[in-house]
Design a protein around this ligand. Sequence first.
Ligand code: GLC
Ligand code: CA
Length: 556
Amino acid sequence: MKRAWWKEQVVYQIYPRSFCDSNGDGIGDLNGIRSRLDYLQALGVRILWLSPIYRSPNDDNGYDIADYQAIMEDFGTMEDFDALLADVHARGMRLVMDLVVNHTSDEHPWFVESRSSRDNPKRDFYIWREGKADGTPPTNWGGCFSGSAWERDEGSGMYYLHFFSKKQPDLNWENPAVRDAVFDMMTWWCEKGIDGFRMDVISMISKPQEPWTDAPTYGGLYGSSEVTCNGPRVHEFLQEMNRRVLSRYDLMTVGETAGVTIEEAKRYANVDGTELNMVFQFEHVGLDAGPDGKWCTKRISIPALKANLSRWQQELEGKAWNSLFFCNHDQPRVASRLGDQSPRSAKCIATALHLMQGTPYVYQGEELGMTNYPFTSLEEFRDIESLNAFRELTQAGLREPEELFRAIAYKSRDNARTPMQWDDTENAGFTTGTPWIAVNPNYRTINANAEQADPDSVWHYYRKLIALRQDSPWSDVVVYGHYALLAPEDEAVFAFTRTLEERKLLIVCNLSAERRTFRVPEEVVWTRSDQILGNMDGTLEREMSLAPWQAGVWSL
Ligand code: GLC
Ligand code: CA
């Protein structure tokens, strides 16, 4: 397998709004991030990915960009960014930017011009269509944030397409001038010296072949937005991007690819390097969705999770590269979702994730075992997806308010967006002002200060996991070793081996709150049985009695 730095290093995702506030306005910012680089270096992560920091009216917290080459005032200035980049590089770390080019903000000058008249030169930067004869939108397509994916513009009477909020109009990638503009902008950032891009909903940039027709609805009000995933020209567009921009620099690229299948992923992240380095796939975090989508309180089944992750491990090996994640700014906290919020469960889940083949992503606070927020009222939410879903589904009489509230409280993206918990002072040390979103009340026990001081903390466990991958005698096995699942039918224990030539690691994780007996399959043999990492003292035996959430890694 070809070596690459982005295969060997661990990525840390920063959601700047919630990371660290340096000036007391209640909003995290670039200087806040700069002030915490020591912390990140101590944890050991080598690549930082920043969620969008560009000028934005914040309809979707910066995923609605009004100027790709300016910094959001809340976050600081371009000078602050340059200083941050220099500081990151001075520590031997790398900085990856979020690239949001499926859509812009409706306040981006391109859209302001585009909507100004039917014959404006920028008209075709976006996707405009006439409504149906009966006065309804061109198709029944729904947006990811509820409502129609079409918005009628009073000026021309035509509709523009927006798969997210109506303040996020979709760019028209069919137009070569759009691609030129996007690639120029990317080149500008590369010339600044950034180290890569995380590409927002990149699987949606190529729209379906026309004529466009209504899409099936799944119990909802609108047609499924899946119609736009993996469109007919997406690989062509990414290959062009690769030729014209990516291949000219030493970058890490990861595509956020909603709706991606294994077959598609092999193309997006092919080992020939003609498109991207890796993709984020979402099947495993979709396993707790119900028939009506994500808003339910169902738990992820462990056998289903093992089967799903293993399929991706096996099928991409040697053909494409995996990314490994449970958390990001769009997902509830894994300690609450898969775990029981205990530190031991957080460590157990992390062991399973970090020991698979692929590049691991740590989302801010995950390394502390941060949990979901105990939401009790709608006023506590800030997220447009959560608020719109509640309004739309209750108003249409499709869901009972109390039941839907519980589901949204469990799954809302705001669970990931509460402020980073630095210490046990007011507001968890995130801000001296009023935080833009409430701090989780458990910050007095779950916080970076306390955990850095406690050698048995979740934080120190993450530090060791990261070091095992990056700087240990087993690094090559952890990064490049072949993955094989053991005991697929076991209801709770996720066990697998990683093998590189003569060397083999055994990973056993009891993903349940009960004691479990686990028999290591006969095919696994050992001459030594040193536990090289674990969340408890663990002796390797053929027949093991595993404590709740016990996890261990043995070198055989
Ligand atoms: C991606 C982002 C999400 C955002 C959406 C629209 O899924 O991760 O936060 O709301 O795209 O840009
Ligand atoms: Ca601030």
